[in-house]
Design a protein around this ligand. Structure first.
Ligand code: CP
Ligand code: NVA
Length: 309
């Protein structure tokens, strides 16, 4: 994986299917080492700056703990409290941070802002969620499905809900790895067409499939995994009322998952809103693997850090 040293991770499709599988194998290996109490510390003396312009539980804690376990350290930086929050240019910030730390993880609103940071930085930049993508989540999601289903190619993955950052990265990762992906969104909340076009191309190359529909039952029929995310993402709060109405028929509930395979996995990136995008019966039920999925953020990101830094 040394070929990835110095690279950024802004989008999951900066890696091809083979490279993603290699990262997943590394993540699984790192997870096993940890379970057996064996240290894996390739990043001794290395530092990760972590800029947050939005709230986080999983991303913040898993990156900080992950860096520590790899022998380095993570440093929490609130966007508001950096001089960035008082108008210092992103380009100057990129150049200054490049002199201090070995990589930066950033969670913010605009994806182009992260691209600008990466353009001016001489160190790897890792996307910890933008309005458009959440690549670290997608890698953890693939690791979770792989662990529980024993394979990825041909796995039927249904995503129900908002065509948002989580959906974009999940779908791209899944088609790169040859999954059979079905996405059900309400009209007006589809994934961006440029991302759909790329996903269709990747599916052709990998032998995967991509179905886009407004029909939740069509998406979930026979599914091996059923995934959903919140109806109102961070930064879209003022649309909440309109969204609650638009998504009302897109809840993952007991009737809907009855159409999935009986051994289906319920997945959600978290945080979740019980009674909105998913019922408590489904998310707290026996087919829910949300905490394995959350744990896998740690292992997947340690693989990313070990490969890039
Ligand atoms: N799934 C996820 O990214 O969670 P946080 O917002 O808690 O980081
Ligand atoms: N789509 C959600 C994911 C949170 C991890 C959001 O952007 O708020």
């Amino acid at each position: 994986l040394s070929k990835h040293k110095g690279k950024d991770l802004l989008r999951i499709d900066e890696f091809n299917g083979t490279e993603l599988m290699e990262l997943l194998q590394l993540a699984a290996h790192i997870k096993q080492l940890q379970k057996h109490g064996q240290p894996f510390q390739p990043l001794q003396g290395k530092t990760l700056g972590m800029i947050f312009d939005k709230a986080s539980t999983r991303t913040r804690v898993s990156f900080e703990v992950g860096m520590y376990q790899l022998g380095g350290m993570g440093m929490f930086l609130s966007g508001k409290e950096l001089q960035l929050g008082r108008g210092e240019p992103i380009s100057d910030t990129a150049k200054v941070l490049s002199r201090y730390v070995d990589a930066v993880m950033i969670r913010t609103f605009s994806h182009s802002y992260v691209e600008e940071l990466a353009q001016h930085a001489s160190i790897p930049i890792i996307n910890g969620l933008t309005d458009l993508y959440h690549p670290c989540q997608a890698l953890a999601d693939m690791l979770t499905i792989w662990e529980h289903k024993g394979k990825l190619k041909g796995i039927k993955l249904a995503y129900v809900g908002d065509g948002n950052n989580v959906a974009n990265s999940l779908v791209l990762a899944a088609v790169l790895l040859g999954l059979d992906v079905r996405v059900a969104t309400p009209a007006g909340y589809e994934m961006e067409s440029s991302i759909v076009q790329k996903a269709q191309q990747y599916a052709l190359e990998s032998g995967g499939k991509l179905l886009l529909t407004h029909d939740v039952t069509e998406a979930v029929a026979g599914a091996d995994a059923v995934y959903t995310d919140v109806w109102t993402s961070m930064g879209f709060e003022e649309e909440n009322e309109v969204r609650m109405k638009a998504f009302a028929q897109y809840q993952v509930n007991e009737q809907l998952v009855a159409h999935a395979d009986s051994d289906y996995l319920f997945l959600h990136c978290l945080p979740a809103h019980r009674g909105e995008e998913v019922t408590a019966g489904v998310i707290d039920g026996p087919r829910s693997f949300i905490f394995d999925q959350a744990e896998n953020r740690l292992h997947a990101q340690k693989a990313i850090l070990a490969a890039l830094v």
